[in-house]
Design a binder for this molecule. Structure first.
Ligand SMILES: [Fe+2]
Length: 513
């Protein structure tokens, strides 16, 4: 795509980014707005709602109370991002993903852990705060009297993930720019522009880092014009190569994977419909479930981004992929992802959660996929674990992996949303190494941190699993460190943070220099 056509398409993107159902499945569509009063009522009787009460202000540094002994070779900062301000001025958003992002830092240093949280000062956060009510449109709540949008970043909430590039910590959201922050103070520096042509273009929340050189691959979906942009950024963030291709019937794509030679996308049949957007639907409700398309698989050779190959799986929905790798002949790719039958939970379950109502548990399961490039055939096998947030050892991203770390729901009858356990799943044997926090604890994503010796050299095959959880009985957050080879043995060290934080999304760990 040349520059002229690209800019035309970008123009279409921003005009349609007045952004915007499952037809008829928006529970807000025909009811008065009772989200705030319903949630307030549920707070009194329903303990799990503590994780979704939200915050209105930054939280200052606070030390955790430590049990056990932190590994002496583990030092650095665990950052987590997630929606944390769920409205203001008496208006409560109807969807978890609408909330303004807060980046939290758990710093491990001098044998202790301290915690701090700051909202990302996006232009939306600043404008809403100044007005005392939401004045910018959001992902999935139909708000009254909002300002016209002048581009995707006008509604950027920077609430999904973080990545460290060069001197910046970047707060990520999939519909607009990465937002640069100071890794130490968590002060917001402003949107990252990779080139003038790509100013304000979507930069997804799920970049993948090449272990061999630290360079970063990412993508962005521009729903209006149906564009998929690919980014390849050097480890220091100073050089970026971009490529954009047109994708028919493009939909919601949240994550992807890399192999030695390919980028791999799973495209669920939740397809953007511009007519719905123009009719005033929210961005989420401008998407239509079209199972006849199946789950399309797009393969892009890293050295031929203009040479896509398409395969197809049965229809299903996906947020997250674990990892992908290819056999030495380059003709077969293996990957795993978290599968659900449809996107109902995104439209209904997550909305009801924000008013303290419980929906039937969504059946997310790990699926293993084999892509036969020569025959153009894709097959999959589902494993019976209700789980989410797959993470692997970052040293083997894009290479042969056997294990994945997941947050798991072991007891499917628990009357609350979310996960109570962390597990290491062997994809080859099905073996599980699991620790359950129990029914009163809501686990967030746990991540794999490679182990280094005292000289900072990597120790092959060894690592820590780090993660946070909300303890509903103690009204506290738990920060746990597990030996990745013995998760079932329980945390080797655990810090207790004497305050409740909103449940968040993705985390990273950056070792101290
Ligand atoms: Fe995600």
């Amino acid at each position: 795509m040349d520059r002229r056509h690209f800019l035309q398409a970008l123009g279409a993107s921003t005009s349609l980014a007045s952004l915007p159902t499952w037809a008829g499945s928006n529970p807000a569509a025909d009811t008065a707005d009772r989200w705030q009063t319903d949630f307030d009522a549920a707070r009194a009787t329903t303990p799990w709602t503590a994780g979704f009460a939200g915050l209105q202000a930054d939280v200052p540094p606070l030390a955790l109370r430590l049990r056990g002994r932190l590994p002496p070779d583990l030092g650095g900062t665990f950052y987590r991002n997630g929606p944390a301000r769920y409205g203001l001025g008496g208006i409560r958003y109807h969807h978890w993903f609408d909330g303004d992002g807060m980046v939290q830092a758990y710093r491990i240093e001098n044998g202790g852990i301290t915690h701090q949280g700051r909202f990302v000062r996006t232009s939306k956060f600043v404008a809403d705060t100044r007005a005392g009510r939401p004045v910018r449109p959001v992902f999935a709540t139909d708000l009254p009297d909002t300002e016209p949008l002048n581009g995707p970043d006008a509604m950027n909430v920077a609430n999904t993930s973080v990545v460290r590039i060069g001197d910046d910590l970047m707060a990520l959201w999939e519909g607009g720019s990465a937002i640069r922050m100071d890794p130490q103070t968590l002060e917001t520096r402003g949107p990252k522009t990779w080139s003038a042509d790509y100013e304000g273009m979507p930069f997804s929340a799920h970049p993948r880092v090449e272990p061999k050189d630290g360079s970063l691959w990412n993508f962005g979906v521009s729903s209006g014009p149906g564009l998929l942009s690919i980014y390849h950024v050097s480890a220091d963030g100073k050089q970026a190569r971009m490529h954009t291709l047109k994708v028919p019937d493009i939909g919601m794509v949240h994550d992807f994977a890399i192999t030695q030679r390919h980028l791999v996308f799973l495209m669920p049949p939740l397809v953007y419909d511009a007519a719905r957007s123009q009719a005033g639907q929210t961005f989420l409700d401008s998407h239509v479930w079209r199972p006849e398309l199946g789950m399309r698989v797009l393969l892009l050779p890293k050295d031929r981004l203009d040479a896509p190959q398409w395969l197809q799986l049965p229809a299903g929905f996906v947020f997250h992929l674990g990892n992908a790798w290819e056999e030495p002949n380059g003709r077969v790719i293996h990957l795993d992802y978290v599968h659900s039958d449809d996107a109902q939970a995104v439209f209904v379950g997550v909305r009801n959660m924000m008013r303290g109502h419980l929906s039937p548990t969504e059946n997310t399961q790990v699926a293993r996929v084999t892509l036969d490039l020569a025959r153009g055939r894709a097959t999959q096998q589902q494993l019976a674990h209700a789980s989410e947030f797959p993470r692997i050892d970052p040293r083997i991203v894009g290479s042969r992996h056997r294990e994945v770390i997941l947050a798991e729901r072991v007891d499917r009858t628990m009357p609350r949303p979310g996960w109570e356990a962390v597990m290491r799943l062997n994809l080859d044997t099905g073996a599980v190494d699991r620790y359950s926090y129990g029914p009163d604890v809501m686990a967030e994503e746990h991540i794999y941190v490679p182990r280094t010796d005292r000289a900072g050299r990597p120790v092959e095959g060894q690592g820590w699993v780090l993660g946070t959880a909300l303890d509903l009985k103690q009204q506290a957050m738990l920060f746990s460190v597990f030996d990745a080879r013995r998760i079932a043995a329980g945390p080797v060290a655990q810090g207790t943070l004497a305050r409740v934080m909103p449940l968040g999304l993705h985390a990273i760990f950056t070792p101290s220099a």
